[in-house]
Design a protein around this ligand. Sequence first.
Ligand code: SF4
Length: 376
Amino acid sequence: MLSLYVHIPFCVSKCRYCGFYSTQYDKVIADQYLADLQIEIMNRAELFEQHTLSSIYIGGGTPTALSREQISRLFTLLNERIRIRPDAEITIEANPNTVRSKKLSHLRKQGVTRLSIGMQSFSDELLAVLGRSHSALQAITAMGEARDAGFDNIGIDLIFGIPGQTEQLWRKTLETAVSLRPEHIAAYSLSLDDGSWLAREAEAGRINLPDDDVVAGMYETAREYLRDSGYEQYEISNFALVGRQCRHNINYWNRGEYLGLGPGAWSFVGNRRFANIADVAEYSKRLRRGVAAVDQEEVLDRDQAVWETLFLGLRKTTGFDLEQYGMLAGQRSLEILQDRIRELDGASLFRIESGRLSLTAKGALLSNEALIRILP
Ligand code: SF4
């Protein structure tokens, strides 16, 4: 199954922890960008002809920084050239201060079925630490307005491990999140991207990050509290009401194919993984000169495919099927994997149940370490 990711590289302002490629929203540049996106969509016509999409994810940046007219244009581009299943999941990422009632209704009319709102925290002090451009009240208001606009599938993102965040403040954020009853909650520990303002401050010793133990405790709190509130964990950081998992992300973790459009967007098609140049101006120049926007590419061999199956499969709480793993990696590799897991038995990082390998709660908490210990 091929899914589509469309990158909108514009933000209202830069968050202090963010190292993603994005640039300040400007109407003229965004108009030009949509014209470039049209060229890239046309260049991919052959691939689109082979597929009917059941999942599209419009991410960023802040896609909802686009005006309503620009959003209409984007959907015209997609609908003109791409076959989309009537029951497709079409997600757009939103920032609370870039969506009001009119824009939300407009998104619904364009066919958006799922909203992913970056709320991050319900403490204004912590939002300021993160450099977010919205308040807690704006986030709560956006949720209500999204419901009024007819959205019945809403995900919200939260961050824990923020400098100055206590266990009590985190629990309060979780309580507020659950009281809003979104269909999906993603809870990530703060990761400071290279080059971000917070990463530089932390390196210079001007801010203190919470201890690993404190962060681990917050993760455990989230797992327990969300489970008790009816949210089933289906991935290391993702929780959903029954039947409301994000189809698009599940495709990533199942190692399904995806095409990414826009600067910095990654794709995985066949056994090739490739990425577009992460610069709006250069992306535009290339496409207008008739040159491909791709500037990184690797062809994955069998060992890499095996490693990815392991790495991505273990992100899901259901893990992966050992028999299928054996067919992909070979019987000998499967035996080696099972031996390693037996040797690690005392560490309680993995479980094997009904022929599937998955991480335990402890393993999920120490996922990187757990994976390193079973590297093929
Ligand atoms: S975290 Fe999201 S909203 Fe903030 S600067 Fe990065 S891409 Fe933009």
